[in-house]
Design a protein around this ligand. Structure first.
Ligand SMILES: Nc1ncnc2c1ncn2[C@@H]1O[C@H](COP(=O)(O)OP(=O)(O)OP(=O)(O)O)[C@@H](O)[C@H]1O
Ligand SMILES: [Mg+2]
Length: 245
């Protein structure tokens, strides 16, 4: 899945090392192709939990490198409750609830017409989906989230449903405070995110609402964001502009 991206960053003169994600998740870190001592490492791969990311950072440091994005910064973009307070006026209103809460009770107290439920990183995208209108539907939703996602990361994020026009959603990347677009136009809302969010490398997904207002759907850590709508070579150029002399 990453082959085209690997080729694109190689063409920009990045060095590449690989590790087995499956081995890593079962406790062994096997690194293919060592890197020069002191190398700054940018990860590109599947989402990692905070604990996994911390472990990866330790392994990279043992191997002589250092992560371009530390664990705190990774989670700052990856976990909704950490970026939401900085963008609350630009994105659907959200309540953060603990894993041991009574979700049905919490939802019934909100009295919203519809609820979009995710954990700190992802909604349920199969089965019954993430949107429910009745609080009593939450038990099945939680069971299905556990079944299909394997775990619920962090806690629940209950978001107000807004009338998004899904075909207008676009992904932007911000690197060291500079926003980049796949088609060279960066809307004001992304410039505003870049002013407010401190992280080194993150993605911002923006969608138009049926009333024409642009909204942030979510923020993600740039290292684990898919290149939705991006050409690998364009993405590699953005990285090279920041990381290579
Ligand atoms: N509050 C909301 N109201 C209406 N629609 C929403 C809301 N939040 C998310 N969506 C829709 O659901 C989709 C998936 O949600 P989200 O981006 O939070 O999850 P995701 O798993 O990261 O999805 P993807 O990987 O496709 O980006 C969004 O692209 C958007 O169209
Ligand atoms: Mg998304």
């Amino acid at each position: 899945m990453f082959a085209a991206e690997v080729q694109a960053v190689r063409n920009q003169d990045f060095g590449i090392s690989l590790f087995s994600h499956e081995d890593f998740q079962t406790g062994t870190f096997s690194l293919f192709c060592e890197f020069p001592n002191g190398a700054e490492i940018l990860y590109r791969g599947w989402m990692l939990t905070g604990a996994e990311y911390g472990k990866l950072a330790d392994e990279i440091s043992k191997a002589g490198g250092r992560m371009a994005v530390d664990t705190e910064a990774y989670l700052g973009n990856h976990h909704l409750p950490l970026w939401y307070p900085l963008l609350s006026d630009l994105t659907p209103e959200t309540r953060i609830l603990s894993l041991d809460c009574d979700l049905e009770l919490e939802l019934s107290q909100l009295h919203w017409p519809e609820y979009f439920v995710k954990d700190y990183v992802k909604p349920l995208k199969t089965s019954v989906g993430a949107r429910i209108t009745k609080p009593e539907e939450s038990a099945l939703l939680i069971a299905e989230m556990k079944k299909f996602r394997g775990m619920i990361e962090g806690g629940y994020c209950v978001r107000r449903v807004e009338s998004f026009l899904p075909e207008t959603e676009k992904r932007y990347f911000v690197l060291d405070g500079v926003p980049h677009s796949a088609d060279s136009e960066v809307p004001e809302i992304v410039l505003e995110c870049a002013r407010r969010l401190p992280g080194r490398f993150y993605s911002v997904d923006v969608v138009r609402r049926s009333d024409g207002v642009e909204r942030v759907v979510e923020v993600g850590d740039g290292q684990v964001s898919d290149l939705v709508g991006w050409d690998e070579d364009e993405f590699a150029l953005v990285l090279a502009g920041q990381f290579l002399d």
